[in-house]
Design a protein around this ligand. Structure first.
Ligand code: GRF
Length: 211
């Protein structure tokens, strides 16, 4: 089966992007990372992508001001020019409009550093500590217009330990993210994920949480 052509969208350091690139180095992996796009010209992740020999593009959102769709049309042109089939958001800090999300329905993935539906939005680690939860983690899900929602493809849990700071907890969760995202992308690229009534079935069964 032909490997799926994947673009990774970033805004920052790109450690999840690197995890995807590393996984895709294996010829048996069902997806190849053919493009990395950043909305931030200064994103450190861009340098890491170049070092890995991946093509990069910058679509700066600033010149488009409040016109989100115009920004997304520029993004869409890059994706189309590279024949992209699946898009992975990896620390991409722009909200996407329903217009863009619809183009990529079932082919647009995001990773969020929490066990959704808990702790949508930013500063998840500090909020998890403040809430006193015993378990935190990460979620890969399909993107829908509502932020940090959408069918869950895979989740990975991490224990919250006594004495954790937001930084130590984030580091523990990040390790999980780096394992989880390649696993989730593999499932999608292999066509093993079906959305039924707003939920993902993997090989016909509900997804389970791993650590
Ligand atoms: C990750 O924690 C990811 O879950 C969140 O933003 C962070 C991005 O980190 N969406 P990196 O750029 O992949 O290193």
């Amino acid at each position: 089966m032909a490997r799926k052509r994947v673009a990774v969208l970033i805004s920052g350091r790109g450690s999840n992007m690197v995890a995807l690139i590393e996984a895709a180095k294996d010829a048996g992996y069902p997806a190849e990372i053919v493009l990395v796009v950043s909305n931030e010209p200064a994103a450190v992740g861009l340098k890491r992508a170049v070092a890995a020999g991946i093509q990069t593009a910058v679509v700066d959102h600033r010149p488009f001001g409040k016109d989100r769709e115009a920004f997304e049309r520029a993004l869409q042109r890059e994706l189309a020019a590279h024949g992209i089939e699946i898009v992975c958001l990896a620390g991409f800090m722009r909200l996407l409009t329903p217009w863009f999300v619809r183009q990529w329905e079932g082919r647009l993935l995001n990773i969020h550093p929490a066990l959704l539906p808990a702790f949508k939005g930013l500063d998840t680690h500090a909020r998890a500590l403040a809430a006193g939860v015993k378990e935190h983690g990460a979620t890969v899900h399909f993107v829908v217009p509502e932020m940090d929602s959408g069918p869950v493809i895979a989740q990975g849990a991490a224990p919250v330990r006594a004495g954790d700071s937001a930084a130590t907890l984030a580091a523990r969760v990040l390790e999980i993210e780096h394992r989880l995202y390649p696993r989730a992308l593999r499932l999608v690229a292999e066509g093993r994920v079906r959305i039924v009534d707003g939920r993902c079935l993997i090989d016909g069964r509900p997804a389970v949480t791993n650590s």
